[in-house]
Design a protein around this ligand. Structure first.
Ligand code: PLP
Length: 757
C-alpha cells in the first residue's frame, strides 16, 4: 500500500504533518531495498531489538521509523520521521487493520494444519490466469508478524487477496481475523501436529474457525484442489482455471552439485516475488570461492501483464543480488533477453531440452547455483544433472524446525537467559555447520562441541559466535587459541597446563568454563578441590572463568527428583563459593533439555539445549508441554522388487523365512549407514507410501530387505527409516536405547540435505 507518513501516524493514533510517501513496510533490516519509500518498524523480540538497526538504516537512506523510543544517536536528526508508539508489534497490526479497511474486495482467509500454502498458491496461479490483480501472503507468512506484513501488500487496485493465518496458541486467531477480515473462509486439513498450545484437537479446530466469523462462505475439505475449485466458483470463476496448475512445494533445498558447485532448488511458485526471496536466501549463502549463477525459467505473471516490464523487474533483482552468470530458459524470458544487464554473462534458450542437449558438466565449476523454474517444463531434470552423484540414502534436516524448536524452548525461559546450543557429535548426527549458522542467526549465546576439531571446523566455515569445547583433553593449544575456542576445564592439571600454554601464546583473560561434579560422577571438580582451584585461578591473569557449570544425571528420570534436587543444592553451594572468591562475574548453568522442561526455576544465567533442538523430547509425550517439530528424516529408495513364493528364505543365514507369497523390496541402506543390525528380522519397520513395511531377515552392510506385500510399491519409491511418519522414538525403543543414539549413529557416508520451508 502506498501511504503518507501523515496517514500512517493517523492509523496509529499519532500525529504527523509529513507528506513523505511510503510503499514498503520493513521489519527485517537485512531486506532493505527501496530505502526512500521504506518505513522501518523496530520490533523487539526476546533475542533481538530492531532499535539497534535504526542508525544503520538511516545511513542506508531510510527516513521513516516506527519506534518505541528514538535511539540516542538519532537524537538531533531532523530529516527523518519518527512515529513513537507503545508497542511496535501492535502498531504494525493496527496499520494492517487500517490498510485492510481501505479495500473492499474478496479476501480469502486460509487456515488449517496442512495444505494452506498449497491451496493459496493454486488459487494464486488460477487467478493470475483469469487476469486478476492478486495479493497473497508470501511463501507461508502466517505468523503474528507475517500476517500484518502480508496485508500491507494490498494496493488500491488489488482485485482479490489471499492470506494464510497460522496460530500456535489459543486466543491468537481473533487477532489474525481482525487484520485479515476474510470474506471467504477456507479450512484445510487438520492434523494432530502443533497441538502443544491447545487442550484438545477440538479446541484447536474451534480456534481456527474463529477466523471465519464474518465470512459469507466457508469451505472445509482435506482435498486441496477441491477447496481451490470451490473458492473459484464462489468468486464466479470457472474451476477449469486450475487445469495444468501444479501443486507447489514450499521447500528450498540446498544440495551438493557437480564440480564443487552448491545447488539451491526452489520449487515454490515461479513468480517475481518468490524469485526475490529465493535470491535473498542465496545471498546469505554466498562465499568468495564460488561464482553466483541463476538458472531461471519463464515466470508466472498476470494474464495480459506486459512481459517486458516483468523481466525488467527481474533484471533489477538479478543485479541487486550480484549474480555473475545467468541462464534464462523459456520462450518468454528469451524474448525479453534485452532487458538484462549486458555485463552479466548470460545465455538464453527456449526450452529445458535445449539446455539438456547443450549441457556439459565442465561448464559448471565452483558456482552457487539457484535453479528456479516450473517442474512441468523439466527443471527437475536440470537439477538432477547438476547434482553430484545421486544419493539414494539421505538424512534431510529441516532448519525451520530447528528454529521452531529453539523458539519453543526459548519461550520457557526468561528473556535474559542465554542458550548454549549443543551441536556436539556433529549436531547429534545431523551435521553441525548448517545448524550452527541457523543458531548463530537465531541469537544463541554459545555453541558447544565435544572436541576441538569440531570447533575448528565451525570456525573455518565462518562461525563467529562463542564456542565451548566440552571435553578437551587439549593437545592442540595452538588451534584452541587461534580459533578462539573456549575450553571446559575439569581438573587442576588441565587448568595448570592451560595457564602455562596461555602464557606461552601470550594470552590473558582467556575465557574458560569450569566443570563442577555434582552427581554425574564423570568429570569435574568436586567440593574438596574447590580451594585449590580458587587459589590457582586467583594467582593468574592468563585465564578467566566465563562460566561454571554442572550436568544433571537424572533430569529425565521422573522418579529421581530427590537426586536432581541434591545436585542443584551442591551446585548452588559450589558456585556460591566460587563466585564469592573470584573478583569478577561468573555465569552459571546446569540445565539440559529435560532440565529446562522440568526445572525452569533453575535456569540461572544460561541453559544447555541439546536433544530438544532436534525435535526430540527427552520426556514422555504427556510430560511434554511444548510443541516440537521433527527435524531429521532418514530416507532411502527402493532399488529392486521381487516376488517370492511362501517358504522362500531371505538374506544371510536364511533368517528371513516367508510365511506367504511375498513381494520383497531391496533398500540400499545397511548397518554401515548406522542401521543397527538388531532392527532386522521383523524387529522394525520402514514406512513406504504411508505403510509400515517390516524388515525381512538380517540387515546387510549396505542393504536390507523389506516386506512390501501389503502395499503398492514400485522401484524408485522413497523409504522413510525415521521421520514424521516413522518416529525415531519407536526405533529407539525397539533397541532398548534412546533416540540420541539412533540419530547420532547415522554414519557420515549418508548424504545430508538441509532445507527451509
Ligand atoms: C550433551 C550435553 C547436554 C545436552 O543434553 P540434552 O539432553 O541433549 O539436552 C548438556 N550438557 C552437557 C555437558 C552435555 O554433554
Amino acid at each position: 500500500m502506498k501511504l503518507t507518513i501523515k496517514e500512517i501516524a493517523y492509523a496509529l493514533g499519532r500525529e504527523s504533518s509529513s507528506s513523505r510517501e511510503i510503499t514498503t513496510l520493513l521489519t527485517d533490516s537485512r531486506a532493505l531495498c527501496r530505502a526512500g519509500e521504506t518505513v522501518f518498524a523496530a520490533i523487539r523480540t526476546d533475542v533481538n531489538d530492531g532499535h539497534r538497526y535504526v542508525a544503520d538504516l538511516y545511513r542506508g537512506g531510510v527516513r521513516a521509523f516506527i519506534v518505541e523510543h528514538v535511539p540516542d544517536i538519532m537524537k538531533g536528526v531532523t530529516d527523518a520521521d519518527f512515529i513513537i508508539v507503545d508497542d511496535v508489534l501492535d502498531a504494525i497490526r493496527q496499520l494492517a487493520v487500517y490498510v485492510r479497511s481501505k479495500v473492499d474486495i474478496p479476501v480469502i482467509g486460509i487456515t488449517g494444519s496442512r495444505g494452506k500454502t498449497v491451496v493459496k498458491e493454486l488459487l494464486y496461479a488460477a487467478l493470475l490466469k483469469a487476469g486478476k490483480k492478486v495479493v497473497r501472503s508470501p511463501r507461508s507468512w502466517n505468523s503474528q508478524i507475517g500476517v500484518p506484513l502480508s496485508v500491507w501488500r494490498l494496493e488500491a487496485d488489488t482485485e482479490v487477496a489471499i492470506f494464510e493465518a497460522g496460530i500456535d496458541h489459543s486466543g491468537q486467531m481473533e487477532r489474525q481475523r481482525e487484520v485479515i477480515r476474510p470474506t471467504i473462509g477456507v479450512l484445510t486439513q487438520i492434523t494432530g501436529e502443533h497441538d502443544g498450545g491447545f487442550d484438545s484437537r477440538e479446541s484447536k479446530i474451534a480456534e481456527k474457525r474463529k477466523l471465519f466469523k464474518d465470512c459469507r462462505q466457508v469451505y472445509e475439505d482435506s482435498d486441496n484442489r477441491r477447496l481451490a475449485a470451490d473458492v473459484l466458483s464462489a468468486l464466479g470463476l470457472p474451476p477449469s482455471l486450475l487445469d495444468g496448475v501444479g501443486e507447489v512445494s514450499t521447500r528450498l533445498d540446498v544440495h551438493d552439485g557437480v564440480n564443487d558447485c552448491l545447488l539451491i532448488r526452489d520449487e515454490f511458485t515461479a513468480d517475481c516475488e518468490a524469485l526475490e526471496s529465493a535470491l535473498d536466501f542465496m545471498c546469505r549463502r554466498k562465499t568468495a570461492s564460488r561464482r553466483n549463477t541463476l538458472i531461471l525459467g519463464d515466470l508466472l505473471h498476470r494474464e495480459g501483464e506486459d512481459a517486458m516490464s516483468v523481466y525488467a523487474r527481474v533484471a533489477q533483482l538479478v543485479n541487486l543480488a550480484g549474480i555473475d552468470r545467468m541462464i534464462g530458459i523459456g520462450p518468454e524470458i528469451s524474448s525479453c533477453s534485452s532487458v538484462f544487464d549486458p555485463l552479466i554473462a548470460s545465455e538464453f534458450m527456449l526450452s529445458t531440452d535445449d539446455f539438456l542437449n547443450r549441457y556439459d558438466i565442465s561448464q559448471f565449476d565452483r558456482e552457487l547455483i539457484l535453479i528456479k523454474g516450473r517442474e512441468p517444463e523439466g527443471f527437475d531434470e536440470i537439477c538432477r544433472r547438476l547434482e553430484s552423484p545421486r544419493h539414494l540414502s539421505i538424512l534431510e534436516v529441516n532448519l525451520d524446525a530447528v528454529v521452531a524448536n529453539y523458539n519453543a524452548y526459548r519461550s520457557l525461559l526468561n528473556p535474559k537467559t542465554g542458550i548454549v546450543a549443543m551441536v556436539k557429535a556433529s549436531g547429534y548426527g545431523t551435521g553441525a555447520l548448517e545448524l550452527a549458522k541457523t543458531l548463530q542467526s537465531q541469537g544463541a549465546a554459545y555453541l558447544a562441541v565435544a572436541v576441538i576439531e569440531e570447533g575448528v571446523a565451525l570456525r573455518r566455515a565462518g562461525i563467529t559466535m562463542p564456542i565451548i569445547v566440552l571435553n578437551p583433553v587439549t593437545t592442540n593449544y595452538q588451534a584452541l587459541f587461534s580459533y578462539g575456542l573456549e575450553p571446559a576445564v575439569f581438573s587442576i592439571n588441565e587448568l595448570k597446563m592451560l595457564i602455562d600454554e596461555a602464557s606461552r601464546y601470550g594470552r590473558t583473560a582467556y575465557n574458560i568454563h569450569i566443570k563442577l561434579e555434582t552427581g554425574m560422577r564423570r568429570l569435574g571438580f568436586v567440593e574438596n578441590e574447590l580451594d585449590d582451584l580458587i587459589d590457582v585461578l586467583s594467582a593468574t591473569d592468563r585465564v578467566k572463568v566465563a562460566s561454571a557449570f554442572s550436568h544433571l544425571a537424572t533430569a529425565d528420570c521422573l522418579d529421581q527428583d530427590a537426586y536432581t534436587e541434591a545436585q542443584f543444592n551442591t551446585f548452588e553451594a559450589m558456585t556460591r563459593k566460587l563466585t564469592s572468591r573470584l573478583p569478577y562475574e561468573i555465569k552459571r548453568h546446569i540445565l539440559n533439555t529435560a532440565g529446562i522442561m522440568r526445572y525452569p526455576d533453575r535456569q540461572y544465567d544460561m541453559v544447555r539445549l541439546g536433544i530438544g533442538l532436534y525435535g526430540i523430547s527427552p520426556l514422555p509425550a504427556d510430560k511434554t508441554a511444548i510443541e516440537l517439530r521433527c527435524v531429521a528424516r532418514l530416507t532411502s529408495t527402493v532399488i529392486s522388487l521381487k516376488h517370492w513364493p511362501a517358504g522362500t528364505t531371505v538374506g544371510y543365514g536364511r533368517r528371513g523365512v516367508l510365511s506367504r507369497d511375498s513381494v520383497i523390496a531391496t533398500v540400499p541402506i545397511g548397518y554401515a549407514d548406522g542401521i543397527d543390525r538388531h532392527f532386522g528380522c521383523g524387529n522394525a519397520s520402514f514406512v513406504i507410501n504411508g505403510h509400515k513395511c517390516p524388515i525381512v531377515g538380517n540387515i546387510c552392510m549396505d542393504l536390507c530387505m523389506v516386506d512390501v506385500t501389503d502395499t503398492v510399491v514400485k522401484v524408485g519409491d522413497q523409504v522413510e527409516i525415521f521421520g514424521p511418519e516413522a518416529p525415531i522414538e519407536t526405533l529407539a525403543a525397539t533397541l532398548g536405547t534412546i533416540p540420541y543414539e539412533v540419530l547420532s549413529s547415522v554414519s557420515p557416508r549418508v548424504h545430508r540435505i538441509y532445507y527451509r520451508e
